[in-house]
Write a protein that binds this ligand. Structure first.
Ligand SMILES: O=C[C@H](O)[C@H](O)[C@H](O)COP(=O)(O)O
Length: 237
């Protein structure tokens, strides 16, 4: 049993690596790169580090403190997000995505900076293993919502009216605190059938800083599948 589990997790890691490698091949010398957060994005950051080592002149904007530390360990030059007008390519992970390329993000708590970086980005590449593609968004993975701590009870009540059951994410027996000093609610809203309408309702709640639904923000999703990768492209509007 243990051996089967180990093989399954090795296969998942392989898929993450393959997706990361494929995404990094889009990067050109001289570009400004957004660096995502999470275990899949970490594989891409390692590869970007190799590009820098091989002489690529890149500038990077990290989506979390952890990512910044990892990038710095690979000597990837970090710049201030306010020093540029756009990011050429961002490579980031996702917790779930569906056929319409709607994502749930925020499993690691980095959703707010990830959404800002995605919004500044011309080509957003999402990388994932095959377990992340789901038919029903929100059933397996609860929707992360970053909230101002002062407003958490109010926001939970408002989410209850929308049919959501929330828990405050914990770490070490205390509320998990994001890089920006906020809390995360993990919200069970059942199957998210209409992400756009839900997104609008969530954006209207005072105290919600950011929610983990990413709509129309992914240009390409590269999914590792076994020994190969599959790409999903956003239709041109
Ligand atoms: O806040 C974290 C991010 O949205 C991650 O990109 C997401 O949780 C996926 O992480 P992983 O690649 O570790 O599954």
């Amino acid at each position: 049993m243990k051996l089967v589990k180990k093989k399954a997790s090795e296969a998942i890691e392989k898929e993450k690596q393959l997706a990361a490698l494929a995404a990094v091949s889009y990067i050109q010398n001289g570009q400004v790169i957004g660096l995502g957060s999470g275990s899949t994005a970490n594989y891409a950051i390692r590869e970007i580090g190799k590009l820098v080592q091989n002489g690529f002149q890149l500038k990077a904007i990290p989506t979390s403190k952890k990512t910044q530390l990892l990038a710095e360990s690979f000597h990837i030059p970090i710049i201030d997000s306010n020093s540029i007008d756009h990011i050429d390519i961002t490579i980031d992970g996702a917790d779930e995505f569906n056929d319409d390329m709607v994502l749930i993000k925020g499993g690691g708590g980095a959703l707010f900076r990830e959404k800002i970086v995605a919004s500044m980005t011309r080509k957003q590449i999402i990388i994932a293993d095959s377990s992340k593609l789901v038919r029903h968004l929100g059933l397996e993975f609860k929707l992360p919502i970053e909230v101002i701590p002062f407003a958490s009870n109010y926001v939970m009540n408002r989410l209850h009216i929308l049919g959501g059951t929330s828990i405050i994410r914990q770490k070490g027996g205390k509320a998990f605190v994001t890089d920006l000093g906020n809390w995360i609610l993990d919200v069970d809203l059942g199957h998210i059938r209409d992400p756009l309408s839900l997104s609008r309702s969530l954006d209207e709640i005072v105290g919600v800083v950011c929610h983990g639904l990413f709509i129309d923000l992914a240009d390409i999703i590269i999914m590792g599948k076994g020994e190969t990768t599959e790409a999903f492209l956003r239709p041109k509007s």
